[in-house]
Design a protein around this ligand. Sequence first.
Ligand code: 6PG
Length: 238
Amino acid sequence: MKDVIRIYPTPEMSASASAAFIDRTIKEVLQEKEKVSLALSGGSTPALLFSVLAAEYADSGYWDKIKIFWVDERCVPPSDSESNFGNAAKLFLDPLKIPEANIFRIHGESAPEVEVKRYSEVLVAELGEVPQLDICLLGIGTDGHTASIFPRDIKLMQSREIVAVATHPESGQRRITITGKVINNSKTTVFLAHGKEKKSVLDQILNQKGREKYPAGLVLNSFEGVLWYLDTEAYRLP
Ligand code: 6PG
């Protein structure tokens, strides 16, 4: 598993650098393809990245060529403060006027089993039999989860399915998540993680101290390695 680790003094600098990388990657993909598929994570970390993209890349001229997906969604309606789509809409989709037709949100308001089937069909229709994302943006929980694949469901990293229902181990909140089958088929995979609360799990994953215990530790990218945009609170080179 190849990790490309990029560390910055602050979360803002890390987010800014990852935004520049995403911009470069989008432009490279658009040299070969009409549209770029970009999957977003939820949680708090991406907010900085979304804000940078909306503030500094609004005039890039490519936002109508980006198809937006999610790596996971909480089983709540879009209006709920927990909604990954709802939060991305405020900070990213709306400011950049991403066309509705290019937004493939997960329907958190639907019955989970029904939505797993629907979103699976969308991913296959848009991204192929084994869906392949151009860019997959991931976060990591302090327990080493990524998307909504929690350690007790680590088998979802090797699932034959492309979408699954998951349950948050503490809150019991139901989630819809893509599985490792999709995550590990991405052309470009980017983790964004900041803050000292992520230090322990990143140390274990990036310094090979039993990374296989964690779903995030099983993320791989056979094209260019997994890119980690971190701040010095979250990780320092050994
Ligand atoms: C979610 C995310 C999840 C997130 C991690 C980190 O829906 O919560 O997809 O995988 O990336 O939980 O969350 P923070 O960025 O809030 O630390």
